[in-house]
Design a binder for this molecule. Structure first.
Ligand code: SAH
Length: 399
């Protein structure tokens, strides 16, 4: 990989959009390779993008590998795109979280494009930070960003998690690294009265699913006295939040026995273990068998992983969602709630609602949409990048 271009406005290479209509012209920060006239620029360079008439569109960071060739970081002609801009954006991102969540010890500090830092995610777990980098330029700027994180957060450790498929598309190495300090797993964090151990070095993603933070509390409002089924539970997020809010019992299902072990430890340290049971099994198989037994839960939660990462596989993903939602609906006692999520960004809000409607029809259950929710407040998005609003979470009452 070439060294990045750290200069700004002055000597960024210029790329031109092909004639025609482009999302970038109305402010979308992504420019696909096929939209550009020529793009023989070094990996991770800073580039200025002009439209076909020569008008300045914006300046951003270039990838020589990804289909998303340019991620714009500014539409100001005079603004330099360099590591110093990235550090200023990082400072703004941290300041926002301090306002949103003063006193919380777990938070997403940086959410990529939503914070004007394409390809950078930073999660805080108590005194430790976990970083994910998925653009060539952020990879090149990482030493500056890590220095700034040390200055702003004074962390005991910064870990980079590198085994992401998006990194392979960028030609970035598939390896985890310690950037600062000595990581200690688990990190302990508290959310909604539950204490979680977070595996910062070996867990799924960055160790914990912060995007469902507010949704767990929203679901728990309907959980008092309920028998709760938490499917795709990971380390127990929805179920344990429900128990802390007065649920009668929770059965958590996940195929990852390591995550369930952590879930039981979380229940134990939160004083909720007596009402918490886990099953390590494929959720499709478990739901298939259980749904034959009829309604048994006042609340069922479905929080599956993304069923598709490509636009082509949407139909198949929707069949998967329909299958589990149909089974889950059959398990809800009349008057109870189904809390159902999708984090596939190729399945949009309308498709997700249609799928739920079809599952309800097939299950012969009438549902009311009580709440239509997205990712937590510390996951801001770009208005013209629907791809960044990947998480859908519906709270339904089931008759
Ligand atoms: N609800 C969790 C996050 C879920 S992430 C929370 O609030 O923190 C998705 C989970 O689905 C992961 O833990 C993963 O291990 C699990 N999973 C993936 N495929 C599965 C399958 N086929 N059956 C059961 N669990 C599965």
């Amino acid at each position: 990989m070439h060294a990045n271009n750290e200069s700004g406005a002055g000597d960024a290479a210029e790329l031109r959009l092909a004639p025609g209509r482009h999302r970038a012209a109305v402010g979308c920060p992504w420019i696909f390779r096929g939209e550009l006239l020529r793009h023989e620029v070094g990996a991770g360079s800073v580039v200025s993008v002009l439209d076909s008439t020569g008008r300045f569109v914006g300046r951003g960071i270039y990838s020589d590998q990804s289909q998303i060739a340019v991620r714009l970081m500014t539409t100001h002609r005079a603004e330099a795109v360099d590591a110093a801009l990235a550090v200023r954006r990082l400072e703004e991102a941290v300041a926002l979280r301090r306002r949103l969540y003063a006193g919380r010890d777990s938070v997403r500090l940086v959410n990529s494009e939503g914070d004007g830092l394409p390809g950078l995610v930073v999660d805080r777990y108590d005194t430790q930070l976990v970083v994910e980098v998925s653009s060539q330029t952020m990879a090149a700027w990482l030493p500056h960003l890590a220095d700034a994180l040390v200055r702003l957060m004074n962390p005991s450790a910064i870990v980079e998690r590198g085994r992401l498929s998006v990194r392979a598309h960028e030609g970035l190495p598939q390896e985890d690294r310690v950037l600062v300090g000595n990581p200690a797993s688990p990190a302990y964090v508290e959310e909604h009265g539950v204490t979680y151990g977070v595996d910062v070095t070996g867990g799924q993603k960055t160790g914990h699913f912060l995007d469902q933070y507010e949704n767990r509390a929203a679901a728990a409002r309907f959980a008092a006295g309920a028998r709760v089924l938490d499917v795709f539970s990971h380390t127990g997020g929805f179920g344990l939040t429900a128990l802390a809010a007065g649920a009668a019992s929770v059965l958590a299902v996940d195929s990852d026995e390591g995550a369930l072990e952590q879930a039981r430890a979380n229940a134990q340290r939160s004083g909720l273990a007596d009402r918490f049971v886990t099953v390590a099994q494929n959720a499709f198989d478990w739901l298939h068998a259980a749904s034959e037994r009829g309604p048994q839960y006042e609340q069922v939660v479905l929080d599956p992983p993304a069923f598709t990462r490509s636009a082509k596989a949407v139909a198949r993903a929707l069949r998967g969602y329909r299958e589990i939602n149909l089974r889950a609906l059959k398990l809800v006692v009349p008057g109870g709630t189904l809390v159902t999520s999708s984090c596939s960004y190729h399945v949009d809000r309308t498709q997700f609602l249609e799928m739920v409607g079809e599952a309800a029809r097939d299950a012969h259950r009438r549902v009311r949409v009580l709440e239509e929710r997205g990712a937590a407040l510390d996951h801001p998005t770009h208005p013209l990048l629907p791809e960044s609003r990947y998480l859908k979470c519906l709270i339904l009452q089931v008759e």
